[in-house]
Design a protein around this ligand. Structure first.
Ligand code: PGA
Length: 243
């Protein structure tokens, strides 16, 4: 658990942890995330790669999720997000990057993600954001959670949160393909970064008690031996977390 002065500092810490994993093993497997939160983290990785401080030439990556119905060339797809916000700007071999496909035979795509995760081997580090409702990947708060990759019906709260990235609310996808809890929790280390008062309730559930509940999927991270949660002081205060 790390409480920083600012979100900027949180992103710096997360970037340092990712780079440490790659420096320790240049062939590291990384689990990566999309959303607004990781953008400054990726900008730091790009900066350091361009400055020659770190190389991703032998790194392999797998992303958590993808919207259903969007082609990888759609600017709202997570493949596009990863290409334009990270992969195109660093020295990674694009063939070593994997983002689930939300097009075509979705059941087959789900099986392919789990196969890819098994083939790649356990990631050294999994980067996570968190939804306002505590989702990780797109594992939404619900009575039941899934262990394997599956198609998730997004909740109203998630659709509303994602709408800020779209011009028209009717364009916001309502379904996504997402890794399940077992693939996420299999990573050797997990780094979750959160900021903003909208995340306060989810972070309170994650950090302020010892309960695990499917109604806040992030609470399953309490079962992981090496999960680091990085939040800024403002979010810590909003969540009622005392260091
Ligand atoms: P955000 O999304 O980084 O855009 O807030 C996080 C998430 O939904 O996991």
């Amino acid at each position: 658990m790390i409480v920083t002065k600012s979100y900027e500092d949180s992103c710096q810490r997360a970037a340092e942890l990712i780079e440490a994993a790659v420096l320790a093993n240049p062939q590291a497997k990384l689990g990566l995330a999309t959303g607004g939160t990781p953008l400054p983290i990726y900008r730091r990785l790009i900066e350091d790669c361009k400055a020659g401080k770190i190389s991703f030439a032998k790194v392999r990556t797998v992303n958590l999720d993808e919207y259903c119905g969007l082609n990888g060339s759609n600017t709202q797809s997570y493949r596009w997000f990863m290409d334009h916000n990270l992969f195109n700007e660093i020295d990674i071999d694009k063939t070593n990057t994997y983002v689930p496909s939300g097009l075509g035979d979705l059941a087959a795509n789900c099986r392919e993600v789990d196969k890819k995760v098994r083939e790649n081997g356990v990631p050294e580090l999994q980067l996570l954001g968190i939804g306002n409702n505590g989702h990780i990947g797109f594992n939404e708060a619900a009575d039941l959670l899934h262990t394997e990759t599956h198609i998730e019906q997004l909740t109203e709260s998630t659709i509303a949160a994602n709408a800020r990235f779209f011009d028209k609310s009717e364009d916001v996808p309502t379904q996504a393909i997402t890794m399940g809890l077992s693939s996420i929790l299999a990573a050797k280390s997990i780094v979750l970064v959160a900021t903003g008062a909208a995340k306060a309730a989810a972070i309170r559930g994650l950090l302020c008690n010892d309960e695990v509940t499917t109604q806040n999927p992030s609470t399953f991270l309490k079962l992981h031996p090496n999960a680091t949660v990085i939040i800024d002081a403002a979010l810590a205060t909003a969540a009622g977390y005392e260091n």
